[in-house]
Design a protein around this ligand. Structure first.
Ligand code: SF4
Ligand code: SF4
Length: 358
């Protein structure tokens, strides 16, 4: 299972689509539970991944070290804004399996959403991680919003040559700031996804496998015959979050939603958690469910953009799936001819917190 472990509710940035720190009354800025309770939750799970989360998790490096020294997880992952990586000593970075650095594209796009200087800081952090010996999966985690061109921005990040993989999420959870979501979707996003798939397959013909997570995730379903997990991120199924106050949640975003609260550390075991919240209609009878997995449990339950907004996002998911499936036969042939390595295509190898469907 995947356990998101909050190290703090505090963040040192105020990104335009997020707003920064959690209210400390909802997600305390210090860890308030006994580490032994986390150990007891995880220790019977031979396939546990711990993903450090916040707030900005590296504002509490001491707790990360305590967890990595004491909790018998198989893998460690961190999702960070990349501004404080030097707070954690190199020997801990060398034990991380995946690092997700938040960066949205070129300097103007990233700094426009996240604040001046963030782009350069994140790139410097990425280089530093490699210099100190981090050898795991370095993932650029993009938020795609109204100033984004998904094609330009994802290509930019891939071509930096620093990141193994690039994943994007559409800024469609809480955001009410969109002037024209549908216009952007038709003019920029859908053509951008089509161009990314064209780019991906043209690279594959040359024996290269661009690390575009949404493309790889959908291909994986088609190539293996295994359906996408419902939901793809695992929320409520095999991914859970432990807040700093010890509450165990179905989704790390749902810190104040009663439906997501599954219990408290110390009083729940891993067997008590799965299946308490799940994806229902319209996904259950949607022909794309096999590839989409219902996209996001939080969005499914909350529907903050209403039914119409939900459908607008489904339209983008269906477009992505259709575009990827249009090249699947050729990908199969390229693998069959030994031109590309199936090990690179079948991604992710475990739930590394990339939610796959944007
Ligand atoms: S496309 Fe929409 S309705 Fe269909 S499974 Fe995905 S989220 Fe659910
Ligand atoms: S994709 Fe949705 S349900 Fe999954 S972790 Fe993110 S917000 Fe939660």
């Amino acid at each position: 299972m995947l356990y998101f472990v909050f190290t703090t509710g505090r963040c040192n940035l105020r990104c335009s689509y997020c707003g920064g720190s959690f209210n400390p009354e909802i997600v305390p800025w210090r860890v308030e539970y006994d580490l032994g309770d986390l150990i007891r939750l995880v220790e019977g799970d031979g396939d546990a991944t711990i993903a450090f989360y916040g707030g900005e998790p590296l504002l509490n490096p001491g707790f990360i070290m305590e967890v990595m020294d004491a909790v018998p997880a198989r893998r460690f992952v961190v999702q960070t804004n990349g501004t404080a990586v030097r707070a954690l000593p190199p020997e801990y970075w060398r034990r991380m399996d995946a690092v997700l650095l938040s960066i949205d594209g070129p300097e103007g796009v990233t700094d426009g959403y996240r604040g001046r200087g963030v782009y350069r800081t994140v790139l410097s952090s990425a280089r530093w991680l490699r210099e100190v010996g981090f050898s795991g999966d370095l993932i650029a985690r993009m938020t795609v919003s109204e100033g984004s061109d998904v094609y330009r921005d994802a290509r930019h990040l891939l071509e930096l040559g620093l990141f193994d993989h690039v994943h994007w999420q559409i800024d469609a959870v809480w955001s009410e700031g969109w002037a024209d979501f549908r216009g952007w979707a038709e003019r920029v996003y859908k053509p951008g996804v089509s161009r990314l798939v064209d780019y991906w397959i043209s690279e594959a013909r040359e024996g290269r496998v661009p690390g575009l997570v949404p493309v790889l995730g959908v291909l994986r379903v088609e190539l293996t015959g295994e359906s996408m997990g419902i939901p793809p991120c695992g929320a409520g199924r095999d991914a859970f979050a432990v807040s700093t106050d010890g509450r165990v949640l179905a989704c790390p975003i749902a810190v104040a939603e009663g439906w997501a609260e599954l219990g408290r550390l110390g009083s729940v075991g891993p067997g008590d958690l799965p299946g308490r919240v799940s994806i229902g209609e319209p996904c259950a009878s949607c022909p794309y469910l096999r590839y989409c997995g219902g996209r996001c449990l939080y969005a499914h339950v909350e529907r903050l953009w209403g039914e119409e907004g939900f459908e607008a996002l489904c339209d983008l998911t269906r477009h992505l799936v259709d575009e990827v499936l249009s090249v699947a036969d050729e990908v199969r042939a390229l693998i069959g001819e030994g031109r590309i390595d199936p090990g690179e295509v079948l991604y992710p190898p475990y739930n590394n917190t990339t939610e796959i469907i944007p």
